[in-house]
Design a protein. Sequence first.
Length: 98
Amino acid sequence: MFKHLSVAQLKALLGEQEVILLDTRDEASFQAGSIDGSTRLDDSNVSDFIRATAKTSTLVMVCYHGHSSQGAASFLVDQGFADVYSLDGGYTAWACSS
């Protein structure tokens, strides 16, 4: 099961360990603003990502408001990833905290 993560917890986690940030928003929104170091994940690249990424990686899913990222996080847990988070409040909360 995936875990929930607040913006403050994500900021702390980023300072402690390697984290893979995955953004599920549309391309235009991602280009307009995203968390530094994040990668856009969608139907066109998710299979390659799953094949190329160690199942022990720490993944943080980001969407607009923290709702659709939960489904994506669940999907990645079902694919064998053990350390998966969904960012509560999504990119909107992240942007408001900066």
